[in-house]
Every structure is written in structure tokens, then in C-alpha cells.
Design a protein around this ligand. Sequence first.
Ligand code: ACO
Length: 356
Amino acid sequence: MIYAKITGWGKCIPPASITNDEISSVVDTNDEWISTRTGIRSRHVSHVSTAELATVASKHALACAGLEGKDIDLVLLATCTPSTMVANTASLVQKNIGAVGAAACDTNAACSGFLYALQNATAQIQAGMIKKAVVVAAERMTWYVNWTKRDSAVLFGDGAGAVVLEASDTPCGLLATKTGCDSEDRSILHIANYGTDMDRIAGNGPSDLSFEGREIFKRAVKGMSEACDDVLNQAQLSLCDIDVLVPHQANLRIIQAIQNRLEIEDDKVMVNIDKYGNTSAATVAIAICEAVEKGLIKPHSNIMSAAFGAGLTWAASYIKWGDRVTPLTHSDAKLPPCNQTGLELIAPAVKACQQA
Ligand code: ACO
């Protein structure tokens, strides 16, 4: 049996951020509402493209694995905020990391995208089609934000996380997974004015994220919990076997509800929504990196991850960590300097939304 071991991990967080107090100068909100309803205290705003965020995260993951781009057979980019649609954004990441000739493909399953892509790359390694892959999730969710809508404007942020997978005969990596999509209700979470449904002659004004927050909240808790149960059954594990829960970071209260349903203790749950908000597909990838950095993921940890997003897609995954939690080498890859604050970066979009 061939397994797909995670041998490298890396992230890229753009430097500019916007605190809850700062965002309160843009929309009618306040720190107390945002932090108690969502757990978010700050979010980062990118001054560079999705491809650049993905490139830096991937270079860190490659160095961590002690590999170079030329060793890689497949680059899968999970994103719903691609820099370009044609050519796909993964092809630019492939070029930037020097993965010459590797297959390169974007995957869009919104917030579930990283776990979908991890499943896809793992299956290709297990089938013997490829030996090494970079799975990267990168998002510029702030690009979509309508800065006149307080319900959604406060929720999202930008960032990227990546892992390297390598064929191995040791049972580790993604060992059980369940993905699905509840398409009957795809309309309760969607972005209008983006894609070929747009009237490209007349234009449609700013893109607009529409969602029924309470309904999504309930479905996210139910969908992720049930998917976790399914994966535990597949893997023939019980909850006490799980060392770390790495959930999608959409709302702290959603995380806590899943944690309560699964009866997992606080110190086993990875939470970083306070710093980054919802970075869609990137939340799980960034959270895995930070769980390793803070020692929550240890050698041979049993990790449960779950995500839920537009579609309505959902996913849960049981990942067995390998024997290494320290990088083999380090990359000096970094983003170009940013000389603007978060509020300065979004100012043109705020003005355009207000005038639309
Ligand atoms: N600041 C202040 N007040 C606000 C804000 C804000 N930013 N946003 C909404 N309100 C007000 C509303 O207008 C409403 O006021 P009213 O009672 O006078 O009408 C009140 O707060 C309550 O609004 P609700 O929408 O009922 O608030 P709720 O407690 O459900 O929290 C939230 C909203 C945070 C969006 C929550 O429903 C949620 O997290 N939902 C799921 C996550 C989600 O939808 N994420 C989108 C991406 S999808 C994903 O990642 C899974």
C-alpha cells in the first residue's frame, strides 16, 4: 500500500491587517459585536496577488520537506479567489516554484477546497500516478467584500498555507476522508457579479457576497460533525483516539459547537480565527502549519479536520502525522514590502462600494 505522507508545511500571511476597531470606521459595527459573535479580532489584507501568497507558502513547504520545485509532479491550488482564470493560477505557482513540467490545476470547493485538494493529490499518489505533490490553499477574500455590508465585511481575510505530500510505505497522511456537496441549497451562500453569468458589457458593480448566516451556521455544525463521525467509522477510531481537531475557521461559535458535539477538550482544538478571520480554503492549511509550530501537532498525532463552504460543500479528514515536526531546511521566500496600512489598502474599494 502506498501512502501520501505530509513532509513539508508552510504559510504566508500578508503583513497589513485591520483590527475590529479599525473596521468600525468603515462599516457600522464594533469590536464587542464582532468578537462575541464570531471570535474574530483582526484580519489580514493582501497587497499582492493570490498567486504570490500561494508561491511563498509553497516555497516554505518545499524547504520544510527538503525538496526543490523540480522534484514535484503536481501542484494543486485550492482557491475561490484565483488571480487569473485563464491561464489557471496554479500554473503561475508552478512556474514560480520551479516545478517544471508538473501538472498544475486550480480546485474550487470554497472553504472546503484544501481538504478536497488534499484528497485528490493523496489519491493520485496512492494510485501510483505521481510521487510528490504541493497542495496549497490561497485566498484574497477581501477582494470580494462589499464594504457597505457589515454582516459580511467583518468576516473575511487573506492568506495562504501549503503542504508537500510524498509517496511513503508508512501508514500516514490522509488515511480516511469524506467529501460531499448539498447543492439543493447552493443559493444560501454565493457571490453575485463574478463569473460568466455577469453581463460583461454592462458591468454589474462590485461583487457581492450573499449568505444566510444563521442557516449556514446550523448546517456547518451539522455537516462537519456528521462528516467527522463518518470518517471516524471509516478509520475505525473513536473520539478518544483524536489528538488534535483542526476545523475550518468561519466562526468561533461554530468551532465550539462542533467541539462540544464531538466532546473534544479545549487544549486539543486549533483556533486562530481571532488573528485571521475566515480565509476560506486557506484556513485549514494555515491552521495545520500553526498547530505544528505551537506543538499541538506532535509526531504521529491523529488529526481530525473538517470544513464547510459554498456549494454547499463539506469535508472531513483523518490525517496521521509523520515522525517529523521540524523543517528540514528553511526558505528565505517573502512577499515584497508593503508600505500601506490595511485601511489604506482597502480605501479604493471602500470608496467604489459606497459610490455604487
Ligand atoms: N456589527 C453589528 N451588528 C451586526 C453586524 C455587525 N458586523 N452584522 C449583523 N449585525 C446585526 C444584524 O443586523 C442583526 O440586527 P437586528 O437584530 O437588529 O436585525 C443582529 O446583528 C443579529 O444578526 P444575525 O445575522 O442574526 O447574527 P448572528 O448571531 O447569526 O451572527 C454571523 C451572524 C456571524 C454571520 C453568523 O450567523 C455566522 O457566523 N454564520 C455562519 C458563518 C458564515 O455564514 N460565514 C460566511 C462564510 S461561509 C463559511 O465559511 C462556512
